[in-house]
Structures are given as C-alpha cells and as structure tokens.
Design a protein around this ligand. Structure first.
Ligand SMILES: [Zn+2]
Length: 444
C-alpha cells in the first residue's frame, strides 16, 4: 500500500514538473555534447583517390585525385581554416587543382576558395550564379544561432559543426566567383575523373550533389546531415521546400551510392548503411510534411499543430534525426506559413492588437511593472521560464532599458538555454541573455 502511495506521489510530482525543465527539442545538453564526436579532426580516405577532411573547419572539404590533378568539393568558411586543410591534403594530393565545386552557396562552405585555387586557375562549378548576401535579420540572428559570443563554459557546439565564427570571424575574403553554373544534371570528366553534378535542392535551393559513378561515391552537401534537417530556419531565411528535399533524396537513392560524404560530420561507408540513413531522412521529412498538411486541411492552427505533429517513435530515436539543429516544431510552423500565410485563422488576430497596447493592458491587470517583475521572479522559482520571459517582455515593450526586466529575461533565457540540447535554440537563448546582461540595446 505504501509502495503504491509512493508511486502515486512520484507520478503526481512528475506531472507537476513544468515543461521548461526539459529541453523543448527532446535533446539534452549531454546528448548535444556527445555529438561533438562527429566533429573530431580527421583526414579520411573513403575510396581510392577520395579523401574528406572532417573537423578542420566548420564544414567538410573533399579531395578527389585524378590522373592530371585534383578536384576540390567545398572550401570551408574562411582562408585560415582552408589553409589547415590544404596542409593536410598536401600529404596525399598530386598535381594542380583543376576544378572546385561548391555544393551550395552557404558561407560556411565557400569561404576558403582562394587558398585551394592558389595559382592553379581551376574552373569553379556550382548550382548558383552568385552567393547572395542575406537581408535583414540573418546577420544578427545568424551570430546568435551559432552562439558566436556565448561564454565557453556554456557553449557546446553549433549543431552541424563544432563552431562557426567563434575562432575566426565570418568573412567572404576567400570566396571566388564561378565560371560554370549547373542547372541540370551534367556529366563531365575533370582531371581524368568521370563525375556528374546533379541539382539536389534541399538545405539550400541551389544545392548540387557530386556523383562519382565509378567509385559509387556521392558528395551530397548539406542535404543529409546527422541531425533533423533545418527545413524552416529561424535565423530569417525562407523555408526549404520539403517536397523538393524529398525528391532530391530520392534522386540520391536512385544512384545507389556506396559512400556518402556529407558537408558536415563524418562520412557514411557501405551501401546498406547509406540507404538506411537516406530512407529514414526522407521518410522523416515526408511524415512531418504529410501530418502538417493533413492538419491544415482539418483547419487546425499552427499552435495546435505543433503539439500534435510528431515523428514516428522509430524515426524520432534514429541518431540521424535527433533535433540537434532543425526541429519538428519549426518545420510545422514553416510549412503552415509558407502554404497558408501568416494568419492563423483566429478572427481575434485579423488586425492584432499592437504589442504596446497588449502589454499596457495586461500590466494594468497584474499590478503594473512591479507586479509583472514579481510574477516573473515567482515564475523563475517555479521553473516556468518561458512564462518569466513573457512577463519580462511586458515591461520591456515600453522600456527596453528597464534593468530589472532585462535581468529577469536574461535569467529566464539562461535557464532555458542551459537545459536545451538543440544547438540553435540553446545558442540563441544564451546569446540574447548575454546581450541583455551586457546592456546591448538592439531589440532581441
Ligand atoms: Zn554547410
């Protein structure tokens, strides 16, 4: 009887634990830390004449040795890290660099080109004509999601890389523009190596994969990474259409590759292993997309959908689909916004109250500024950190420099960040907490 009472008490306590005491992504900080093993520095020979440099930089660089020189796939984020990779390649590479292929236009993959090109004048091939600079928020929020300024003691990694921009500030100094744009599947022979450049839009709309049919090797850029994909980036970028991404994964599967070289993390060796991973990745994207669209057809709103749409348990537990970087919740919101627009269908929100009006009226209800701060501090004590941040915001809307409200929000975000194992959310929470503590006046 006593045992049963104890069990009931334990269940009651479990039910009372606020959601914030767990990571919203389902990934614990310990799990994210274990993920660091993916980024250990290694020059790996994956096939005869094919090497991949993992962990030297924020992204992988691939070397393909041909009879009359080499081909480089992706060039890392900056000349400094590229130089370390070039030095590692020097132990195995023979002859001039005849071509450089960018798998996509993200800055962490195209910034070290001048180093690899040297004086060799390689042709430069990609699926985009020019790398576009992001507009608006991405510069600031990109830094936040990568945790560029998060203190070492709280920093773990950036989800798809150990770090980006913490050691070497982001720069485009090493970028070289293309001289060949590939918009449809193209066969070519470079330095005596037969290869195909195949458009595979996914993590970027301009992604291409590099396929070596004779070695059954595919360099798939960022379309298959060891994390749930970042379909709807929160850093201020358009959604990456799931249907396109699924089609690209089907293209990759149709080639029956035996070796998969991702743009980040470690290579996958073995046809069965590659197939299992790519199938799971595709099925996960399809499952979330299908569930979201089915819910939209039933008239459900985004806030309801994010509570309901889940990965099937086997996929949720798959190490390639843990939410280290992208999350299911953001994907659901991204699909909704892309397909049905910003409006959630609730008539109250046709012309929403301004944030100032809402804050002023709510503050009046809860005892003004002092009432909000007191309630926020209680929320922190109760472990309700998101609610504490909301209460702080009510004060900060009218006065962004209110020191107590800034401290309250910083404390709430620090508690959320410390518990979060999704790198983007964790880094963002902890970055903003730090800016609030430092007195930075940018609205965040
Ligand atoms: Zn990348």
């Amino acid at each position: 009887m006593l045992g049963r009472l104890r069990l009931a008490a334990a269940i009651a306590v479990l039910l009372l634990v606020p959601a914030e005491l767990k990571a919203q992504s389902g990934v614990t900080p310990a799990e994210l830390r274990a993920h660091n093993a993916e980024f250990r520095r290694d020059l790996i020979r994956v096939a005869d004449g094919v090497w991949i440099a993992v962990g030297y930089a924020a992204s992988n660089v691939i070397l393909i040795q041909g009879s009359s020189g080499v081909i480089i796939v992706d060039t890392s984020p900056n000349p400094t890290e590229a130089a370390a990779i070039k030095a590692a390649f020097a132990t195995v590479a023979r002859g001039p660099v005849q071509a450089i292929i960018y798998t996509h236009s993200h800055p962490d993959d195209i910034g070290g080109t001048t180093i690899f090109a040297g004086k060799d004048r390689p042709q430069i091939i990609a699926g985009f004509a020019e790398a576009k600079a992001p507009i608006g928020r991405p510069n600031q929020d990109g830094a936040d999601q990568f945790g560029m300024k998060v203190p070492d003691a709280l920093y773990i990694n950036a989800g798809t890389q150990l770090e980006f921009g913490r050691n070497v500030p982001p720069t485009s100094a090493g970028y070289l523009a293309l001289n060949r744009v590939v918009t449809k599947r193209a066969e070519m022979t470079i330095a005596g190596v037969r290869l195909e450049v195949i458009p595979t839009p996914g993590e970027a709309g301009d992604s291409v994969s590099v396929w070596l049919p004779d070695k059954r090797v595919i360099a798939s850029g960022d379309d298959v990474l060891k994390t749930f994909p970042n379909i709807a980036p929160i850093r201020g970028a358009p959604m990456r259409p799931p249907e396109q991404w699924i089609a690209s994964l089907d293209t990759i599967l149709s080639l029956k590759p035996a070796i998969l070289l991702p743009g980040h993390m470690r290579p996958v060796i073995g046809a069965d292993e590659v197939r299992n991973i790519v199938v799971a990745y595709r099925d996960a994207i399809r499952s979330i997309n299908d569930q979201t669209i089915a819910g939209m057809k039933r008239g459900e709103r985004p806030d309801t959908l994010v509570r309901k749409v889940k990965l099937p348990p086997a996929l949720a537990a798959n190490p390639w689909l843990r939410q280290y970087y992208g999350t299911v919740e953001w994907m659901v919101r991204g699909i909704y916004a892309a397909q049905l627009g910003w409006f959630d269908g609730n008539a109250t929100n046709i012309f929403p109250l301004s944030v100032d009006e809402r804050a002023a009226d709510l503050l009046a209800l809860i005892g003004g500024r002092a009432g909000a701060i007191a309630a926020g501090q209680k929320a922190i004590r109760d472990g309700k950190y998101r609610w504490a941040a909301e209460l702080a915001d009510l004060v900060l809307v009218a006065n962004g420099s209110d020191a107590e409200a800034r401290r309250l929000k910083a404390q709430a975000l620090t508690e959320l960040g410390k518990r979060e194992g999704n790198a983007i959310a964790r880094n963002w929470y902890l970055s903003v907490a730090q800016f609030l503590n430092d007195g930075d006046s940018t609205p965040r």
